[in-house]
Design a protein around this ligand. Structure first.
Ligand SMILES: *Cc1c(COP(=O)(O)O)cnc(C)c1O
Length: 412
């Protein structure tokens, strides 16, 4: 547990808040400011020469300094990953390369109720290809009365779409319900019918162990500001399987930062992509945006890696789950099977409570609340995520009392 390596937000009384929002914005590593300051100093002292000189060889190879740490977290080879662009940008770039509708094979399958940005990206990509989401997007959701989706149903939907399926795009952990999907089964099913397979790991990277290389998916994207603590709007991450490392023939939207480094600065018009995921970079590396990640990524290794963190996370989440189950008048959306959830528990709270998030924050509990009418009546969903790098069992134990006070102010 590396809680002491993070700044924990405090209330006006100086007591640390219960921060259960690492699924939305991870906390700031204490070393982040140093890493950022180092680059500000280099800029101050060297100007443009900071690209070639300075500590650790300058900014030109900045993305390489993050590859090993990221690769360990998502289960990839270092060359298969890069931190660049942003999640939604990367999703578009990946679809340009890996969503190639042809003849009958032109459909995309994804989970119903996916994160809005993913829906926008998929809809706009379909339209860009002259296709119609009404016909060419298959969405698989929970059965009526259920909140999670059975793996068997996902696999059956993929198999039933068969050779009409061009792309399987699935989230690692569903942002809303907290369901952790069986990604190897989904990848195998997708590749089995001849589709390409991509994962959105926004809520999975840094939360649960992943083995992208071995699962044999084609691509993955994620953001680095949630469980990976890279700071607000940190550049995104992308994975491209090794089998595409040296495929200059693949269609892609290219930019000069994706050009191989050896002759990038000869400024020739021909595009020769860098080997591996780095070939999907577009623009000059956002050094100041990437710097905090250099503080955060080593913490995952220091914690013993994702398997060790997962063991700790299971305990924290199981405890939170049990506490929330005991709360009256709410309904848990996240499933009870520890294999099918990460650090997050989602709770449906009935009633019109537009101020609930603010009320909880005033009590010292930071979490996320979204209005929703799940059962045709007013209500909303609270999402609570005990992040295994910095949340503690003591904090989890204090959650029910605070929720009780906010949810049933008259009783308590
Ligand atoms: C957080 C999140 C995003 C955010 O995308 P950005 O491009 O980083 O703003 C997109 N998709 C999912 C599934 C997310 O959870």
């Amino acid at each position: 547990m590396l809680r002491h390596e993070f700044h924990i937000p405090e209330g006006p009384d100086g007591h640390p808040h219960l921060y259960f929002c690492g699924n939305s914005l991870g906390l700031q590593p204490r070393a982040a400011a140093d890493f950022l300051q180092r680059e500000l100093d280099s800029w101050r002292d060297r100007g443009v020469e900071g690209w070639w000189g300075g500590p650790e060889g300058g900014w030109l190879g900045y993305h390489r300094r993050l590859q090993e740490g990221l690769a360990a977290i998502v289960g990839a080879r270092p060359d298969e990953v890069v931190a660049a662009n942003a999640l939604t940008v990367n999703l578009h770039l990946m679809m340009v390369t890996f969503f190639r509708p042809q003849g009958q094979r032109r459909k995309i399958i994804m989970e119903r109720g996916a994160f809005p940005s993913d829906q926008h990206a998929v809809h706009s990509q379909l339209r860009y290809h002259g296709l119609d989401p009404e016909h060419d997007l298959i969405e698989v959701g929970p059965r009526p009365g259920q909140t999670t989706i059975d793996t068997a149903e996902i696999v059956a939907a993929i198999e039933s779409a068969g050779d009409e399926l061009a792309l399987v795009l699935w989230s690692g952990i569903q942002y809303y319900t907290g369901q952790f999907f069986d990604l190897p089964a989904i990848a195998a099913a997708g590749r089995g019918v001849g589709a390409t397979v991509g994962f959105d790991l926004a809520h999975a990277a840094g939360n649960v162990p992943l083995s992208l290389h071995d699962w044999d998916c084609d691509f993955a994207v994620w953001c680095n500001y949630k469980y990976l603590n890279g700071g607000p709007g940190a550049p995104g991450g992308l994975f491209v399987h090794e089998r595409y490392a040296d495929r200059p023939d693949l269609p892609r939207f290219a930019g000069w930062w994706g050009h191989r480094e050896s002759d990038r600065f000869l400024m020739k018009p021909e595009f020769h992509p860098a080997s591996g995921a780095a070939g999907w970079q577009l623009s000059t590396a956002p050094v100041l945006g990437l710097a905090p990640l250099l503080a955060s990524l080593p913490l995952f290794a220091r914690a013993g890696g994702m398997e060790a963190l997962r063991a700790r996370s299971r305990e924290l989440t199981a405890r939170l789950y049990a506490e929330l189950q005991a709360l009256s008048g709410v309904k848990l959306l996240t499933g009870s099977d520890p294999e099918q959830r990460g650090a997050q528990v989602s709770v449906y709270v009935p009633g019109h409570r537009p101020d609930l998030e603010r009320e909880l924050s005033a009590l010292g509990l930071i979490c996320d609340y979204r209005q929703d009418n799940l059962e045709g009546s007013a209500g909303g969903v609270l999402r609570l995520a005990p992040a295994p790098l910095y949340n503690t069992a003591e904090e989890v134990a204090r959650v029910p009392e605070l929720l009780e006070r906010a949810l049933h102010p008259i009783r308590s």
